[in-house]
Design a protein around this ligand. Structure first.
Ligand SMILES: C[S@@+](CC[C@H](N)C(=O)[O-])C[C@H]1O[C@@H](n2cnc3c(N)ncnc32)[C@H](O)[C@@H]1O
Length: 366
């Protein structure tokens, strides 16, 4: 499994590649975009394992904790990567790129995805913005080695890149909480695809058709991208975040695993967008569902025991996080338990709105 052909075989094994992209996928060697040392792999020490990781249909994490020195055993937050190739192809499929299009990419990362765009469209049609200047410098080297010279600039991708506008397409490879107004100005008639969500639920693409600077579109997919660096969610290990405080106790009859299923979690994220959860199981049948506010000041737990009629709840801090989640869950029930695919997003000069079935039926303004 150690050449680009193997990666192509892994990708085509899932089904045909999206039209317009097979040549780029076959021609651009992912190994040119991956450093000799990355999370858990060192080319010099074990070239076979390095090559297997590079040519697998899996993400390759190239930076943790914004590149800061991280002591052994400390929490490692992935902050840059070469994304999972099949997920990038899913995004390109949603993006519906046509020959001749001008494309803006947010989040250059290693440059691998920008290289696909350059191969298909030509360097002059591709602009990419990366927040981290060190990451960008690496991407520029990689792209040059592979023979590509797109416009790749440092900056906060929320501002787009005005000098290259207008764009026909914007593709973003970090998770956004909202659709920046600059994107609508710089892609006033086209399409935008981005991972979108809240701290509570970030596993969704939104695909937006933009007409005269107003965007509308649907949620889909199950992406797991890193956050827009300017608006991250809280993260960490429970053992690092909890230091033995005692909270207020109560019980609930809602099985905790129900609130973190796809659709209710998505809906809860519309109103509880600045808190996140972790399901902690210890190998037995029992588990604890933890909730943390992004600011770390509040937490809640719900204890899961199989076949129980009620579940122990504990809530600590200025916010009653379980009460907030429970309220959102009951509102989602009240709407008839709609699947995520029935929701859509509108974004324009007035901000963003999430609706159910029809843009006039607004259910959230996250
Ligand atoms: C998943 S990685 C990019 C993967 C890349 N497309 C590739 O194939 O190598 C996400 C990148 O988004 C960048 N990023 C995060 N927030 C950003 C922002 N506000 N503006 C620009 N880039 C950002 C991160 O630094 C990271 O390099």
């Amino acid at each position: 499994m150690t050449t680009q052909r193997h990666l192509v075989a892994a990708l085509t094994g899932r089904g045909p590649l999206p039209a317009g992209w097979p040549d780029a996928v076959a021609a651009v060697d992912r190994a040119l975009f991956v450093p000799e040392v990355f999370e858990g792999h060192d080319f010099t020490a074990d070239p076979e394992s390095w090559l297997r990781a590079v040519y697998a249909d899996a993400p390759v994490v190239t930076q943790v904790n914004d590149g800061e020195d991280t002591p052994d055993g400390a929490f490692r937050l992935a902050t840059s990567s070469s994304s999972m190739p099949s997920i990038m192809l899913d995004m390109l499929d949603l993006l519906d790129v046509q020959d001749g299009h001008r494309v803006l990419e947010i989040g250059t990362g290693t440059g691998y995805h920008a290289a696909w765009l350059c191969h298909r469209l030509g360097d002059s049609k591709v602009t990419s913005v990366e927040f981290d200047p060190t990451v960008l410098a690496g991407a520029l080297d990689n792209l040059r080695r592979a023979g590509f010279r797109p416009t790749a600039v440092p900056g906060d991708g929320r501002h787009g890149h005005r000098q290259g506008a207008p764009y026909d397409r914007i593709i973003c490879t970090c998770t956004m909480r909202d659709i920046p107004s600059a994107w609508l100005e710089q892609c006033p008639d086209g399409r935008i695809v981005t991972p979108w969500g809240s701290s509570f639920f970030s596993g969704s693409f939104v695909t937006l058709e933009v007409r005269n600077g107003a965007a509308q579109g649907a949620f889909s997919g199950y992406p797991a991208f890193m956050w827009d660096r300017t608006r991250r969610a809280g993260a960490g290990r429970v053992t690092d975040l909890y230091s033995g405080e005692k909270g207020k106790r109560s019980t609930t009859d809602i099985p905790p695993q129900h609130v973190i299923q796809d659709a209710p979690a998505f809906f809860t994220g519309l109103s509880v967008g600045d808190a996140w959860y972790r399901w902690c199981a210890d190998g037995s049948d029992e588990a604890t569902l933890w909730f943390f506010s992004d600011d770390g000041a509040s937490w809640a737990t719900v204890e899961y025991t199989p076949d129980a009629a009620t579940y122990e709840v504990e809530q600590y801090g200025p916010r009653a996080l379980w009460d907030e989640v429970r309220g959102a869950f009951l509102r989602w029930h009240g709407l008839g338990q709609p699947e995520r695919s029935r929701f859509g997003l509108s974004a324009d000069r007035d901000g963003q709105r999430v609706w159910l079935d029809d843009p006039r039926n607004v259910v959230g303004r996250p």
